[in-house]
Design a protein around this ligand. Structure first.
Ligand SMILES: [Zn+2]
Length: 353
């Protein structure tokens, strides 16, 4: 056998082995520093990535193959900062025989371009759809790269239209521009080509090649409107921020009553899912404890704040008193718990009076 051919065979084998082991796939000598978990499913390890602001736009990001044709970008579990440069959430993509379906666009135009480069390092298939699970920056601000550099149709919840002209968008863009500078260059809010607006828990089906994507309106539990996507026939569920894994939830937006109802729906309707992939944290197999844990955190906070409101305890005092010791070691508890308590107190005031 000729030596070059043997070399090619070995290279192909080692890439296939890597993929079948579900370990991270990283290019040679990447910019930035990556400490990556051995796998992205059912792990307690967390990714620690420091991105290089000067990394080329066409440099792929590390990714995981979580099932056949299905890939996940496992983001940092942290607040936005200069080190993670806005990569503090997950995204994914699914390759079909007729093109690629992408779930979320990451948090800046630059990350969007690098996500596209990542997809192109895996397949030559055209990117046909980019689905934005919701309007939050960490999921949606990379969308402009897909609008400019791919022919993808952008799919979003009808609530995205309310967000596009909002003050909330302007202030979060200003904040990101100040913190991340050129990573935000070229930012523009992207109007969806396809608006998903069925009644709550209603679905819209989209077939692409050998796969079907069932897009559900899971309500306005976390943002202006949230989508959950079921990927068939693999039975993978992309659940967005309906539950958080390996971190404390964020409740500054949306509606906690609706969130709990949607989590219940998720657990009942999709008990036989093979895998759930959240917007933050590792993917999970049944029994999907991230969903029940996020739900019990919210339920407990609603009970506690509801009691405080009924007892006439002032907001400030109720928030200061609130403490969930079992959550202390969970990432982002210190940062988010007070804000969550504040948000839920206000909700309970409205619900109870
Ligand atoms: Zn998120």
């Amino acid at each position: 056998m000729h030596l070059p051919r043997l070399f090619m065979l070995l290279t192909a084998l080692s890439l296939a082995d890597m993929a079948s082991a579900n370990g991270p796939v990283v290019i040679d000598k990447p910019s930035g520093e990556y400490q990556l978990p051995q796998r992205a499913i059912d792990t307690n390890e967390i990714p620690l990535m420091v991105l290089d602001a000067d990394a080329p736009d066409d440099e792929p990001l590390p990714y995981y193959r979580i099932a056949e044709d299905s890939y996940m970008l496992f983001g940092n579990i942290a607040e936005l900062d200069e080190e993670n440069r806005g990569w503090n959430g997950n995204a994914g993509f699914v390759v079909t025989k007729e093109g690629v379906f992408v779930i979320d666009a990451l948090g800046t135009p630059k990350l969007g371009r690098r996500l596209l480069a990542t997809i192109r390092s895996v397949t030559q298939q055209p990117v046909r759809y980019l689905l934005l699970t919701h309007n939050h920056p960490d999921h949606a601000y990379g969308a402009i790269a897909f609008r400019r550099d791919s022919g993808a149709e952008v799919i979003a919840h009808a609530g995205m239209l309310d967000y596009l002209g909002s003050e909330q968008l302007h202030s979060s863009v200003a904040y990101r521009r100040e913190l991340l500078g050129s990573d935000m260059d070229g930012f523009e809010a992207v109007e969806p080509d396809m608006v998903i607006d069925p009644p709550a828990y209603g679905e819209q089906r989209l077939s692409l090649g050998d796969k079907t994507f069932v897009i559900y309106n899971s309500g306005r539990h976390h943002s202006h409107g949230d989508l959950v996507v079921q990927q068939l026939p693999q039975q993978i569920l992309w659940i967005s921020d309906l539950a958080f894994n390996q971190r404390t939830t964020f409740m500054g937006d949306g509606n906690s009553r609706q969130a709990i109802e949607s989590q219940q729906w998720l657990l009942q309707q999709f008990a036989d899912a093979k895998l759930m992939v959240p917007g933050h944290g590792s993917a999970q197999r049944a029994p999907f404890t991230m969903v029940s844990n996020t739900r019990s955190y919210m339920q407990r906070l609603r009970e506690e704040m509801g009691e405080a409101v009924e007892a006439g305890i002032a907001l400030q005092q109720a928030v200061e008193r609130s403490d969930f010791p079992e959550w202390h070691t969970t990432r982002l508890y210190q940062l988010n718990h007070r804000a969550n308590a504040h948000f839920v107190y206000r909700e309970m005031e409205l619900e109870l009076f």
